[in-house]
Design a protein around this ligand. Structure first.
Ligand SMILES: Cc1cc2nc3c(=O)[nH]c(=O)nc-3n(C[C@H](O)[C@H](O)[C@H](O)COP(=O)(O)OP(=O)(O)OC[C@H]3O[C@@H](n4cnc5c(N)ncnc54)[C@H](O)[C@@H]3O)c2cc1C
Ligand SMILES: Cc1cc2nc3c(=O)[nH]c(=O)nc-3n(C[C@H](O)[C@H](O)[C@H](O)COP(=O)(O)O)c2cc1C
Length: 789
């Protein structure tokens, strides 16, 4: 419970004279000179730890405005550049237009320290802060800017409720006297594994040089043995530093690596459920951390300082100021942490991509956090994206999503898929008028492939009492008629997803949470083990071998019917906790016969179903399988298992895998967010060579293009966004001015194939500056010799 005091804070204690603590103290004093500010710092005034810190243009705007004197002082020392170099597989690729500025962390602290002195902030060096309890009693406000290992956070952990996530890679933070000209990523494969470097210049004599390596490769490289002794405070692991210098000599051009208390460590992501308690507030790394690969620790700390100082002036009481500070900063920080998480996972699994050639690898690296995309890379440096486009068989101006793909004998005109989207409009288990309308709409909407929603292979296999089926002649005829009517207006390939819902059957259509509740009067459910979905669900029957053979035969019979109905593509639902999915997951399959236990056994039913379907489904027609590559619950399907499953499915005749996740158990905890399932599509594609469909919160054309060009998937399924706008693909083409063969505007709609003018379309801005500034050059590089002004 927070019980923060009222009234404005006059006496403020700050723990830690890092960039966050000092900048806050200076701003708070500048805004209200009658405040008394005391900063406690355990290290000495002249102690120098750390190397360069790096900023993007955006943060600099905030600093420039908040305190022009600080900004003038630090910008005079900035190394500035706009390029990112990616050194990989013996080559270099450069992407321009990014806008970076860096400086020595110790110079930044010196500037901030001087500003504090000018403003009469009392900064006490070599003075460990008194216990927080005491400070909280003596001061109106205590700002804990005491870094990633914050003692304040630990002392009051019950109030802040921190979580720490220590990651899998090892890294060592170093400098070098080689002055890099750009932000430089080095990814190099050795016999022990992949070594990666994040390097950037921060003065005319130095660059930061962070070496990162996966834990197992770190062991194989012999670093574990070197690091296995006690180091004194401030001591560096000299042997490891020398070994890094040897291994990376080719990138150092005779320059040295310079340690400063440098040892192998593991990055820890810090989060806190609350950032303030009573009159104590966390700021900077004490409150949150974000992986160094997106270079934002100092940026976040300075932004926090700005927001907290502003809130103290804007709000009538300290309590309200602390609440306003957290409300403003938390969403920004969490957004950065999501990007940082995607980025750190990318680097942790970099060896997954080292089969890619340099153009695709460079694009993949740059788009790793999902914040930098195809469109914004193009806006920054069109030549770079054109080169990647061209290297992958495209031509400049043809977005990746509008390139054709051959699946089996079927040529898709573009890479956009409408995934199965059940309509729940079939009380009689027949395709409904709405199914027809939806499929017609999507077929006209421009996607390369449209899939009908889940369709049961047997009456008990229906997920809800409003799902269609394909087990009778009557249903087959109704589907045939539907396909015929769509064909009359569109040649877009149509597919259907076949399923047996297993223990997820006999529910009402899903509510707002996407989960259907059990029907009051349902039907008997079948599952590998007698485990209900949740406490409210009926207990399913453990399927016997006869029932499993029958289910397999039902899938095959429905597949034959789908072929006769005229579908071009078949998708088997082996994910989302349906019958076959429940056999795959160790959380739902507890059998002891040869359908349960090790993965080879859990794969038996899926492979039997696939073989039976493949035998009857026409050879040239694509057969897709949807899987849940992860259960988002402890003890669930592992990445290695997901890969093994897909490999087996590919060998048994699947033409592509539609890589979804979750919905296998009710207690799942997926980290929903843009493109959050895409890394699994990338994993499967890289490990098995099978074409993959990426799906899940991919809603912009820009994201789709990024996924495709980075080689994370071959097709992109866009679900809810195509419910929002069934003409999503046509509109994506119109927005980009694309008119080639990758989309087909229905002839009667051709007059509408250009984006209609909106308000402001005809507005022409007058000249606002006497002399226009020339556009910034795309490529700006840093140089050891200061440029002449
Ligand atoms: C030694 C060191 C070197 C770093 N080097 C780099 C680098 O080269 N490049 C980079 O981008 N980032 C570096 N960082 C991280 C970067 O400084 C932070 O991500 C970012 O600046 C956030 O700043 P902060 O003010 O929140 O925390 P920090 O910069 O970590 O500052 C926290 C300060 O609190 C002090 N402190 C902690 N506990 C107490 C206590 N009980 N009493 C008094 N003082 C206390 C610490 O001595 C430290 O000075 C480094 C951090 C440290 C601590
Ligand atoms: C209304 C609706 C119905 C769905 N029906 C099915 C279905 O029948 N079979 C299936 O595998 N997934 C189904 N899904 C999941 C989607 O195919 C897709 O995987 C999911 O919506 C994530 O993609 P999105 O974020 O682009 O929407 C459905 C989703 C929605 C929103």
């Amino acid at each position: 419970m927070n019980t923060a005091p009222g009234g404005p804070a006059r006496r403020i204690a700050v723990i830690g004279a890092g960039p966050g603590g000092l900048y806050f103290a200076a701003l708070a004093k500048q805004l209200a000179p009658d405040r008394e500010l005391t900063v406690f710092e355990r290290d000495g005034r002249e102690d120098e730890f750390g190397f360069g810190v790096v900023f993007s243009d955006e943060t600099l705007d905030g600093i420039a405005e908040a305190d022009p004197r600080v900004f003038a002082a630090i910008s005079a020392e900035f190394a500035r550049w706009s390029d990112i170099d990616i050194r990989y597989a013996g080559g270099v690729r450069t992407s321009g237009g990014h806008g970076f500025a860096a400086l020595d962390r110790n110079r930044l602290r010196a500037v901030l320290r001087q500003r504090c002195e000018e403003l009469a902030v009392d900064v006490r060096y070599r003075t460990p802060a008194p216990p927080v309890e005491r400070l909280a009693a003596e001061y109106d406000l205590v700002v804990a800017a005491d870094g990633i290992h914050s003692g304040t956070r630990a002392a009051w952990s019950q109030a802040f409720r921190p979580t720490t996530d220590e990651r899998h890679c090892r890294y060592i933070w170093l400098a070098t006297d080689k002055v890099f000209e750009a932000f430089t990523f080095i990814v190099e494969r050795f016999d022990f594994g992949v070594l990666q470097v994040h390097a950037y210049p921060y003065s005319t004599t130095r660059s930061t040089f962070i070496v990162e390596i996966a834990e197992d490769a770190w062991r194989r490289a012999g670093f574990e043995a070197l690091a296995a002794r006690e180091f004194a405070r401030g001591e560096s692991d000299g042997q490891s530093v020398r070994r890094c210098a040897e291994l990376l000599a080719g990138h150092l051009d005779g320059h040295r690596l310079i340690p400063n208390a440098s040892r192998w460590i593991r990055f820890t992501t810090v989060r806190n459920a609350s950032w303030h308690h009573r009159n104590v507030v966390l700021l900077g790394d004490a409150a949150h951390s974000a992986h160094f690969s997106i270079g934002s620790g100092t940026k976040l700390a300075l932004e926090d300082a700005l927001a907290l100082a502003a809130a103290l002036s804007e709000q009538p009481t300290t309590a309200e100021a602390l609440a306003a500070y957290e409300a403003e900063r938390r969403p920004v920080v969490e957004s950065t942490q999501r990007a940082a998480q995607a980025s750190l996972e990318w680097f942790e699994t970099v060896d997954r991509r080292t089969g890619q050639d340099i153009d695709r690898f460079a694009f993949n690296l740059l788009t790793r956090s999902r914040r930098v995309t195809y469109d914004n890379l193009r806006a920054r440096d069109a030549d770079f994206v054109d080169a990647v486009d061209t290297a992958f068989g495209g031509s400049p101006g043809v977005p990746p999503m509008f390139r054709p793909l051959k699946l089996g004998a079927l040529e898709l005109r573009n890479r956009v898929v409408v995934p199965p989207l059940a309509t729940f409009t079939s009380p009689e288990a027949l395709p409904s008028a709405f199914d027809r309308a939806q499929l017609t709409g999507h077929a006209l909407g421009g996607a390369g492939l449209v899939l009908a929603g889940m369709t049961a292979v047997t009456p008990e296999g229906r997920a809800t009492d409003r799902c269609p089926g394909l087990w009778s002649d009557h249903q087959e005829a109704a589907w045939r008629e539907l396909v015929r009517s769509v064909r009359a207006v569109s040649d877009t390939p149509l597919g259907i997803q076949l399923t047996h819902a297993g223990r997820r059957g006999a529910t009402a259509p899903p509510g707002p949470d996407g989960i259907g509740r059990p029907l009051a009067e349902g039907w008997p459910l079948l599952a590998p083990s007698a485990i209900p979905w949740d406490a409210d669900s009926p207990v399913p029957h453990e399927a016997n071998h006869i029932q499993l053979a029958a289910a397999t035969a039902d899938f095959a019979a429905a597949a034959e019917r789908a072929a006769r109905a005229g579908f071009d593509v078949l998708e088997l639902q082996f994910g989302h906790g349906h019958l076959v999915s429940s056999f795959l997951s160790p959380l739902t399959n507890r059998r002891t016969d040869h359908y349960g236990g090790p993965l080879a056994h859990r794969l038996r039913l899926p492979l039997e179903v696939l073989a039976a379907v493949r035998a009857v489904w026409p050879a040239g027609k694509p057969l897709l399988v949807r899987i849940s590559a992860c259960d988002w619950a402890p003890g669930g399907t592992t990445e290695a298992e997901a890969v093994a499953v897909c490999r087996a499915l590919g060998e048994a005749g699947a033409d592509a895998v539609d890589v979804s996740t979750g919905e296998v158990v009710a207690h799942q905890r997926p980290p929903y967010g843009r493109g959050y399932q895409t890394p699994f599509a990338e994993l499967v594609r890289a490990a098995t060579g099978l074409p993959t469909v990426a799906v899940g919160a991919i809603s912009g054309a820009d994201d789709a293009d990024s996924v495709l060009l980075a080689g994370r998937a071959d097709l992109v399924a866009v679900g809810r966004a195509q419910l929002y706008d069934p003409l999503w693909t046509l509109h994506a083409a119109a927005e980009r001015g694309y008119t080639g063969p990758g989309v087909h505007w229905p002839e009667p709609w051709r007059a509408g194939s250009r984006k209609p003018p909106g308000p402001g379309t005809d507005r022409v801005a007058p000249r606002l500056h006497l002399l226009r500034e020339p556009p910034a050059p795309v490529h700006r590089r840093w140089s050891a010799i200061p440029p002449e002004e």
